[in-house]
Design a protein around this ligand. Structure first.
Ligand code: NAI
Length: 345
């Protein structure tokens, strides 16, 4: 489902495709946390998207520079850089979250601290919960109709936090709130393709559950032509669940995955935009769901003009996957409750 598209090919859309996209409604996308490790490359990829007419980069630091830099790329998206207070680029007096969010069709949120070696995503809760809360309060005030894509970890908890804030403000729409789990999908595609010796672009693994450790469940049994031994299946499943740690360790204290996450965030946003522009597209997302005993669950979803049009099923699990599934559910429930309690306690 995800077509792995290189940066080069992003920039060189066929002219027919550009013409089609130019004629479709041009959308405003706001990136909150746009000066960060993910935010900057994500904003650059979005600047290349013909579907975007306006790109608002918001952060507590650095966005005037990010926006000025991006604005020299000759694509049609207008770019603005907003800070909580004065200092935006181009200089227009006091700017802020309100300016970034007003009129936004999609809000992508990679704001917050990343992991250091030895940390779980849940260790980020104390810092990132407050950041997400503040930003979602802004979304509720300035663009309650926007589709929200949360990247900030722990996603398993930050999505419930966002939902509770939006409920308090009376603007919660489960079709418009998503946790981004695309990274797990592209990681699974990469690992499976390497194992199979095929082009990763031809592989599409369904990944369900959440976005942390054992709550990430890749359904390799559903991948045609993939027939690992038991040991190989165990190794690739665990690597998909804990692949983020490889990058955290390799970066040795300077953060977690940023470039590959930016690519995943870009893919996710592009599909949301395609849906808003009237196409029916399917991708995995962590959303409010009735599929399991967890209130929020990642599974394939159909996106369309209203955001998440349908939460789709995830097919049959193998006995191996069912065992992981059974282990995952209590963990995920706990993380969901932690997010809800943060807002309601
Ligand atoms: P980073 O530290 O490089 O960037 C975060 C940015 O957020 C900084 O520029 C910071 O100034 C900004 N920020 C902090 N508080 C803010 C606020 N109140 N309003 C607006 N901006 C604010 O971190 P990085 O590497 O970009 O990671 C960001 C988040 O994404 C982390 O929580 C990380 O765990 C998460 N992540 C999620 C993944 C996923 O698959 N969902 C994958 C990788 C990382």
């Amino acid at each position: 489902m995800f077509t792995a598209r290189s940066l080069a090919s992003v920039a060189s859309y066929s002219s027919a495709s550009v013409a089609r996209q130019m004629s479709s409604a041009s959308k405003k996308v706001a990136v909150l946390g746009a000066a960060g490790g993910i935010g900057q490359p994500l904003s650059m990829l979005l600047k290349l998207s013909p579907a975007i007419g306006e790109l608002a980069c918001y952060d507590i630091v650095g966005t005037p520079g990010v926006a000025a830099d991006l604005s020299h790329i000759p694509t049609r998206a207008r770019v603005s850089g907003c800070l909580p207070a004065a200092g935006a680029w181009p200089p227009r007096g006091n700017e802020g979250l309100g300016e970034a969010l007003t009129g936004a069709d999609v809000v992508v949120i990679p704001a917050g601290v990343p992991r250091k070696p030895g940390m779980t995503r849940d260790d980020l809760f104390n810092t990132n919960a407050g950041i997400v809360k503040t930003l979602i309060q802004g979304v509720a005030e300035f663009c309650p109709e926007a589709v929200i894509a949360i990247i900030s970890n722990p996603v398993n908890s930050t999505v419930p936090i966002a939902a509770e804030i939006l409920k308090q403000k009376g603007v919660y729409n489960p079709r418009k709130l998503c946790g981004v789990t695309t990274f797990d999908v592209i990681r699974a595609n990469t690992f499976a393709a390497a194992h199979m010796g095929v082009d990763p672009a031809s592989v599409d693994v369904t990944v369900i559950g959440g976005h942390a450790g054992i709550t990430i469940l890749p359904l390799y049994s559903q991948l045609e032509g993939f027939a690992p031994s038991d040991a190989e299946r165990e190794a690739i499943t665990v690597r998909t669940q804990f692949g983020g740690d490889e990058v955290v360790q390799a970066k040795a204290g300077s953060g977690s995955a940023t470039l590959s996450m930016a690519y995943a965030g870009y893919l996710f946003t592009e599909k949301v935009l395609q849906g808003l522009n009237g196409e029916k597209v399917t991708q995995c997302a962590y959303v409010q769901s009735d599929l399991t005993d967890c209130k929020y669950f990642a599974s394939p979803c159909e996106f369309g003009p209203n955001g998440v049009e349908k939460v789709l099923g995830y097919g049959t699990l193998s006995a191996y996957e069912q065992a992981w599934f059974d282990k995952m559910i209590p963990d995920l429930q706990k993380q969901i409750k932690k997010g809800e309690d943060f807002v309601n306690a």
